[in-house]
Design a protein around this ligand. Structure first.
Ligand SMILES: NCc1[nH]cc(CCC(=O)O)c1CC(=O)O
Length: 321
């Protein structure tokens, strides 16, 4: 049987997570998997990424899938638009990495040890908003770029910041958790919906592959991600809006329970809406929608209003990873 072609972007992070999925498929099914690097508009163009938008990375892989140049693709789930894609199917959501955000600071410092005026770099509006909401007088500085260049702003010879905040999962996949000085408690920094999770996508009209890839699916992760993203979709907010969502599954008195927390925070941190809901994993989507409705009742719309036009958002806060 011929090797399965796994399409991936060429960044270090994309290659690392695609290789892990390739190894898992090979181990579980015995099928050979080869990585096919797909050049995306974001990788090819010299136009700054923030002018192209995050979607350019996902759409090149999806185009390659539709054109049958690859058999399946691996995406960072949090970068996927909430609207589904016709003809494609998320065949597996593997067990997620630690979804929390991480601080990488000079001199081994934690957030609480950073002095007023300390410079903290991050590109995500959700992180900028939550850093401001802490009230620590941090000088939050917008930054972009891949994981290495972001770390270089703190650790490199040309370091110009006191700290950066980034997803722990990205560092874990690159084998760089050694640089983390604090893994941020979700009480301080609620992660992005689906952070740390991957989406393994193939064509719906490839039922053998749909079935084969299902061995990688991790039901608790899928339920958590469904709840988090149902909330995001109902808020009509994208991956770079100041929206956080984090679902945890635990054994309750009446069987398995899902506990979803959500937050909508104004970029200056002045308005900080946080709520939670619990329910059964089978109702994950309903819980997410209900939590979004609760947040909208509290006025989330007036916070999101200026930021929920996708074009304007990605122009400011595009990402290269
Ligand atoms: N927005 C960029 C992005 N998309 C996926 C990850 C890696 C972590 C993950 O898979 O959630 C990152 C880096 C980051 O947020 O620091």
């Amino acid at each position: 049987m011929r090797a399965l072609r796994l399409g991936t972007r060429g960044s270090a992070l994309a290659l690392a997570q695609s290789q892990r999925v390739a190894d898992a498929v090979q181990a579980a099914t015995g099928r050979e998997v080869e990585l096919v690097t797909v050049l995306t508009a974001g990788d090819q163009s010299s136009v700054p990424v923030h002018r192209l938008g995050v979607g350019v990375f996902v759409s090149a892989l999806r185009d390659a899938l539709a054109a049958q140049e690859i058999d399946f693709a691996v995406h960072s789930y949090k970068d996927l638009p909430t609207a589904g894609h016709p003809g494609l199917h998320i065949a597996a959501v593997p067990q997620r990495e630690d979804p929390r955000d991480a601080l990488v600071a000079r001199d081994g410092r934690t957030l609480a040890e950073l002095p007023p005026g300390a410079t903290v770099g991050t590109g995500a509006l959700r992180r900028i908003a939550q850093l401001h909401a802490l009230g620590l007088q941090l000088a939050v500085t917008p930054i972009r770029g891949n994981v290495d260049s972001r770390l270089g702003r703190v650790l490199g010879p040309e370091a110009d910041l006191d700290a950066v905040v980034l997803a722990r999962a990205g560092l874990a996949r690159l084998g760089r958790t050694d640089v983390i000085t604090e893994t941020l408690d979700p009480m301080l920094m609620l992660p992005a919906p689906a952070q740390g999770a991957l989406a393994v996508e193939c064509r719906i009209d490839d039922p053998d592959l749909v079935e084969l890839l299902a061995v990688l699916d991790h039901a608790p992760t899928r339920a958590a991600v469904i709840a988090e993203r149902a909330m995001l979709a109902t808020l009509e907010a994208g991956c770079s809006a100041p929206v956080a969502g984090f679902a945890e599954l635990a054994e309750g008195d009446d069987g398995e329970e899902i506990y979803l927390r959500g937050a909508v925070i104004s970029p200056d941190g002045a308005r900080d809406l946080r709520l939670s809901r619990t329910g059964t994993p089978a109702d994950a989507a309903e819980i997410g929608k209900a939590l979004a409705a609760d947040l909208l009742d509290l006025g989330a719309d007036s916070i999101l209003g200026p930021h929920n036009d996708a074009g304007a958002r990605t122009q400011q806060f595009g990402s290269t990873e």
